[in-house]
Design a protein. Sequence first.
Length: 100
Amino acid sequence: FVRAPFGERTRPTRLYPLWSTPVKSMADFGVSVRMYFSTLLAMAGFFAFAGVLNLPLISYFWGDNYSDGTQDLSPAVRGSAVCVDTQQVKCFDCFGSMDA
């Protein structure tokens, strides 16, 4: 692809394809644009890899072995390590001395 100069109206032009344009071609728009898309591609790959690594943990936390059959959790937190087995205890001497 050749980038058309600003205001080009005599030659027929077309846009860069969204998904099939290589990152090297982004250098036509400047080094910083190429660096941005290179970094974006690298981060997308890294986060996809990290997500795949977390799939076994998500399946464990989603299962009944972890949550003891608790079904009242919203789906947004069901696969996380949220703990619903809690107990609130009243503090009688919260502001007292720390002497043991």
